[in-house]
Design a binder for this molecule. Structure first.
Ligand SMILES: Nc1ncnc2c1ncn2[C@@H]1O[C@H](COP(=O)(O)OP(=O)(O)OP(=O)(O)O)[C@@H](O)[C@H]1O
Length: 457
């Protein structure tokens, strides 16, 4: 691809046309300036473009109709909109309609340059193979499953990977939400920059601001040096907010500001630091319900949920089970440096009749346990241990007993009891951590911490 990239600019304000044209020229991009929709359409019909920048309000109509036309007829052409300052609705509507990004007036040159760079990267990766096959090899190799649900998910991933719009990945625990987020990052123009996952439920509320936005030396006890936050660590790449429903309300407000301004202010700092980060988030909860319950702010929900990507549960795609088992056993065998065991028919049947409330993660745990129990090259039904609410790990719902008189140190015994109580609660609540935390009389955050500490995940 040796020829210079070409951009189409659509705006009726001569000053903006000039600014955009000059910025593009400095980045070695040729541009064609048009002042209204009719002219833009003629240009699109006549030639090839690698990027389109359009104003929202045009003399003969709405920039949105151009976004829709391009999405339908030129899906490989990244189109970005120029919105009036503070018009969040217009920006969100354009992203939903297929715009890959937006820039607001007055146009910030640094932001504009970052946008153009990302769009041009799409040109480099948008080869013909990808055009014909959105269900890419990369996605197939990582996300196992040939069910229609899985194929559709992979196609959606391919599509949203090209956009810069925030995506909310929803689905039950263990369905593969983090895997999906990584795939969106790795299949898009930000792949060579960092992917930074943040578990919003695991960071103590009082540290969250400094973790996300960084801090200046001396801003609080223990801040012995300047430290950059996770937003800056993800510069040019993707920040993945896992368990986003657990973000405290005060942090939601701060996050909204960062998304809107595209800059962060470290704790104790006065300056704003511009950041170019795409935000993906995930939740196993129904965020719309959390908004209704007053636990999640509607404005931030609206900004994070520009595109919703639901990940199906294992129950919704049972036909994928044999393929998943095969892949997981192959991975485990490789990790444990042993030949890949086979699964007896009875063992497969046993797995097929289980509802898998903990989804793929539960299947992985079950097979890992089975592999260590099985002797020889075959996993039998007896090696598959299915925990049900009525048949917990220790064989019965009995009382937790006193320490055995075997000299076990008390702290170890207490830790065992804690582990057992948490495991039972999780099983009773079908691995819904929020619910389990409630029955244990602790906050979700505390439970996440204990699970991590006790290595229960
Ligand atoms: N379709 C799939 N193919 C292969 N592996 C999968 C698939 N889906 C999930 N996994 C595996 O299952 C495990 C759980 O996935 P992941 O951590 O992405 O789930 P999650 O939805 O983010 O869970 P949680 O909500 O509990 O954080 C991972 O080890 C992941 O690699």
């Amino acid at each position: 691809m040796s020829s210079k990239p070409r951009a189409l600019i659509v705006d009726d304000e001569p000053d903006i046309l000039e600014l955009l044209g000059m910025t593009l020229a400095r980045m070695s991009v040729d541009s064609v300036a048009t002042a209204d929709l009719a002219e833009a359409n003629r240009a699109l019909e006549a030639g090839h473009f690698d990027l389109c920048l359009t104003d929202m309000r045009l003399p003969d109509g709405d920039g949105m109709s151009l976004v829709r036309w391009i999405t339908d007829h030129r899906p490989q052409l990244p189109v970005a909109v120029i919105t009036a300052h503070g018009n969040v609705e217009a920006a969100v509507a354009a992203l939903k309609a297929g715009a890959f990004d937006f820039v607001s007036k007055p146009v910030d040159l640094q932001e504009l340059r970052a946008l153009i760079t990302t769009a041009l990267k799409l040109r480099e990766t948008g080869d013909d193979r990808r055009k014909e096959d959105p269900d890419s090899e990369l996605a197939r190799s990582r996300l196992t499953g040939d069910s229609p649900e899985m194929r559709q998910l992979r196609q959606l991933i391919g599509r949203v990977a090209r956009s810069q719009a925030p995506v909310l990945i929803s689905g039950e625990s263990g369905t593969g939400k983090e895997l999906v987020a990584r795939l969106i990052h790795d299949s898009g123009p930000r792949a060579s920059a960092p992917f930074v996952p943040v578990n919003c439920g695991a960071i103590p509320a009082e540290l969250m601001e400094s973790e996300l936005f960084g801090h200046r030396k001396g801003s609080f006890t223990g801040a012995t040096a300047d430290r950059e936050g996770l937003f800056q660590a993800a510069e040019g790449g993707t920040l993945f907010l896992d368990e986003v429903a657990e973000l405290p309300l005060a942090m939601q407000v701060k996050l909204l500001r960062v998304i809107q301004e595209r800059s962060v202010r470290p704790v104790g700092g006065r300056e704003e630091i511009p950041v170019d980060v795409r935000i993906l988030s995930a939740t196993h909860r129904n965020l719309a319900e959390a908004v209704q319950a007053g636990e999640f702010r509607e404005d931030i929900f609206y900004r994070l949920n520009v595109i919703e990507l639901p990940v199906p549960s294992l129950r919704q795609r049972r036909e994928d089970l044999p393929g998943l088992i095969e892949d997981i056993l192959a991975n485990l065998a490789c990790r444990l440096d042993m030949p890949q065991p086979r699964l007896s028919d009875a063992a497969l049947e046993k797995l097929q009749s289980h509802p898998f409330p903990g989804n793929v993660r539960e299947l992985e745990n079950m097979l890992e346990r089975a592999i260590t129990l099985s002797d020889g090259g075959q996993i039998e039904a007896a090696d598959i241990f299915i925990k049900t609410p009525t048949q917990p790990a220790n064989g019965g719902e009995g009382e937790l007993s006193l320490p055995p008189d075997n000299g076990q140190p008390l702290p170890d015994f207490l830790e065992d009891m804690e582990r057992e109580a948490i495991q039972r609660a999780l099983e009773r609540c079908r691995f819904n951590k929020t619910e389990a935390a409630r029955t244990l009389g602790m906050t979700f955050r505390q439970l996440r911490y204990r699970i991590k500490k006790l290595d229960l995940d």
